[in-house]
Design a binder for this molecule. Structure first.
Ligand SMILES: Nc1ncnc2c1ncn2[C@@H]1O[C@H](COP(=O)(O)OP(=O)(O)O)[C@@H](O)[C@H]1O
Ligand SMILES: [Mg+2]
Length: 323
C-alpha cells in the first residue's frame, strides 16, 4: 500500500479549550488511485490533509495519535528536516485558491523553476526545459510565451494549472488536492478535473481529492470516503457509493445534490448543522440530525462496520449483521 493513515487524531489547543478536529481517521491509498474525501465544511478534511503533509499549524495543532505510513515509513516519526524532503518530492498539495501558492512578483518560469531548483540541483537551460515540459503537461497553451507571464496575467483556471505544475515539479507519488476547483466556474472546474484524471493516468500519481461536492466526486474519484464530525463514516468504491450508499448522512448528501432539483424534486437538505468540535454530541456525531437514530446512537460511537467486502459504514443500523 502506498499510503496508510491509521487512527489519526489531530487536536487544537484554543482559548476555549482543546478540540479534536480529526478523530480516529483511517484510510489507505493505492498507487494510481484517486480517493475522494467528501463532507460538509468543518468536518475535518483540511486538517486531515495538513496532518499528512506535516503542516498542522504549530504550536496550537497537535497530532495526538495514529500513524501515517508512506510506503511503510511513519511520517509522524520523521524530523522536520526529513519531512521537508517528503513534501514536494513524495507528497504535494494544492489548495482552493491558487494565489495562496503563487507569488505575485515572480513570473511563472521563476516560480516553477524555484521549486525545481530547491529539490534538484539543476541550473539554467535544463530548468527552463523542465518548466516548459511541466507547462505542457498541465496543458497551458504556448508554454514558451506563458513562461514570462506573472500570475495576475493569467485566468483563475490557468493559475490553478500553474499550481498543479509546481506541485508535480518533482514527480510526487501523491497529490493532495484540497477543494482545488471550488473557486472556479463550472466549465473551468470540469477542465481541471479532466486534467488531474489525465495526469493520474499518465504518471500513476495517486490523488486525494477533497471536496464538498458529490458531482465532482462522481467525475473524478475511484473510491470515496465520507467524513463527518472528524470521522470517516462511510468508505466504498465510487460506483457502489452512488448506487448503494448506506450511511444516513451519505444518503442525505445524495438527496441534496442539484441533480435532484433538475428532476423536479424538492431540494432535500439535511436538517440541522454540522456539529462544532467544541460541542460534539455523545455517540454517533450524526445522531442529532439522523432520522433513523436509535437509543444506542446517542450513547456509543459506532465502529466502521464492513459487512460487504470493500464497503465500510460507521452506523449502528448496520451492526446486526456483524459476525
Ligand atoms: N488552527 C485551528 N485552530 C482551531 N481549530 C481549527 C483550526 N483549524 C481547523 N480547526 C477546526 O477543525 C475543524 C475541522 O476543520 P477543517 O479540517 O478545516 O474542515 P473542512 O476542511 O472539512 O471544512 C473545524 O471545526 C475547524 O474550526
Ligand atoms: Mg477545508
Amino acid at each position: 500500500m502506498l499510503l496508510e493513515v491509521k487512527n489519526l487524531k489531530t487536536s487544537f489547543n484554543t482559548s476555549r479549550g482543546k478540540v479534536r478536529s480529526v478523530n480516529d481517521v483511517s484510510f489507505s491509498l493505492r498507487e494510481g488511485e484517486i480517493l475522494g474525501l467528501v463532507g460538509e465544511s468543518g468536518c475535518g478534511k483540511s486538517v486531515t490533509s495538513l496532518s499528512i503533509m506535516g503542516l498542522v499549524p504549530k504550536p496550537e495543532g497537535i497530532i495526538e495519535g495514529g500513524k501515517i505510513l508512506l510506503e511503510g515509513i511513519d511520517l509522524l516519526k520523521l524530523s522536520e528536516k526529513e519531512m521537508c524532503k517528503i513534501r514536494g518530492n513524495k507528497i504535494s498539495m494544492i489548495y482552493q485558491e491558487p494565489m495562496t501558492a503563487l507569488n505575485p512578483v515572480f513570473t511563472i518560469e521563476e516560480q516553477i523553476g524555484e521549486t525545481i531548483k530547491i529539490h534538484e540541483k539543476l541550473k539554467g537551460r535544463v530548468v527552463r526545459e523542465r518548466v516548459i515540459k511541466l507547462l505542457d503537461l498541465v496543458q497551458i497553451p504556448n508554454p514558451e510565451k506563458s513562461l514570462k507571464k506573472y500570475p495576475y496575467e493569467l485566468s483563475g483556471g490557468m493559475r490553478q494549472r500553474v499550481v498543479i505544475a509546481m506541485a508535480l515539479a518533482c514527480n510526487p507519488k501523491i497529490l493532495i488536492a484540497d477543494e482545488p476547483t471550488t473557486a472556479l466556474d463550472v466549465t473551468i472546474q470540469a477542465e481541471i478535473i479532466d486534467l488531474l484524471k489525465d495526469i493520474s493516468k499518465k504518471l500513476r500519481t495517486s490523488i486525494i481529492f477533497i471536496t464538498h461536492d458529490l458531482d465532482v466526486i462522481a467525475e473524478i474519484a475511484d473510491r470515496v470516503a465520507v467524513m463527518y464530525g472528524g470521522k470517516i463514516v462511510e468508505e466504498t468504491d465510487v460506483n457502489n457509493f452512488f448506487d448503494n450508499s448506506l450511511h444516513p448522512y451519505s444518503k442525505g448528501l445524495m438527496l441534496s445534490r442539484t441533480d435532484n432539483i433538475n428532476k423536479g424534486e424538492r431540494l432535500f437538505s439535511i436538517l440541522g448543522m454540522v456539529p462544532s468540535p467544541y460541542n460534539m454530541p455523545a455517540g454517533c456525531p450524526f445522531n442529532p440530525r439522523c432520522e433513523k437514530s436509535k437509543d444506542i446512537c446517542s450513547v456509543k460511537v459506532p465502529e466502521l462496520f464492513g459487512r460487504i467486502e470493500g464497503h465500510k459504514v460507521r452506523c449502528w443500523l448496520y451492526a446486526e449483521n456483524e459476525g
